[in-house]
Design a protein around this ligand. Sequence first.
Ligand SMILES: [Fe+2]
Ligand SMILES: [Fe+2]
Length: 311
Amino acid sequence: MTAFGTRALLKQLEATVEQNLDRHLASAENWMPHEYVPWSEGRNYATLGGEPWSAGQSRLSPIARTALELNLLTEDNLPSYHAELGNTFGRQSAWRAWVNRWTAEEGRHASCIRDYLLVTRGIDPDRLEQARMATLQAGWDSGDKPLLQACVYVSFQELATRVSHRNTGHHCEDPVAERLLTRIAMDENLHMIFYRNLVQAALEIAPGQTLRAIADEVAGFTMPGSVVPGFARKAVQIAQAGIYDLRIHHDDVIMPLVRHWRVFELEDLDSGGEQARQDLAAALEALDTRAARFVERRAEAQAGRRQEAAE
Ligand SMILES: [Fe+2]
Ligand SMILES: [Fe+2]
């Protein structure tokens, strides 16, 4: 397998980045985050003579609060993602222009979710701020992934974020929150398309190397929110509620991209590429099995709770 170094790949993919940045700028809408926040509901907190926050003020269910909090704190960690992407993509040419544009768009997400939550008294603002401080101090370390693996990672991650915002929106049972999260999910979708096209181009330039990156990322994917305080507990609750679980991860995030890239139809792979494809097939099967087991256990637990309630 001819292995391309990072510098060669950055150069080879530069034209694709340029084209996709132009395509992105033509299709992205310059939406106004302040238009999505119900400002008239806002009032002062205690220090300015208002009422302190209490749980009874929130119209959100506990699970909607948990999901919104995790989504927001994940978005909050943007300075780390910006730094990591800058390290991986370099600070030149269209790559740099993309990273800056992407960062500017992502910056809106945290700010308007926070505005919505503070104005509607959706979640405890003191706890939220403490968690934001802890999350940013933990930072996000991508583990110095090779360039292609980073491109695959962000493809999956943007789609995961889109699905997570959309499903959180449904669970909020508040049309204002749903409208806001649907708007954000549209941004995440465009980000996903950018990275998906980049991986597609990489498959043409270096098919074996790109397949290896896909196989490794399917096997080792972790959500960027994993540094948020209490992530494991929150992720379990979010999975139990069906907002984001292994079945959704496999069916709605990993498989649509794997299918789009047509990796199982690629011809003339060398032995390294074939091995990567076999590893990918095994990783997909393992993920599907874990998803099936999770769904089964969740159904059993729900049936158990229903029976307990009936007794
Ligand atoms: Fe975002
Ligand atoms: Fe995004």
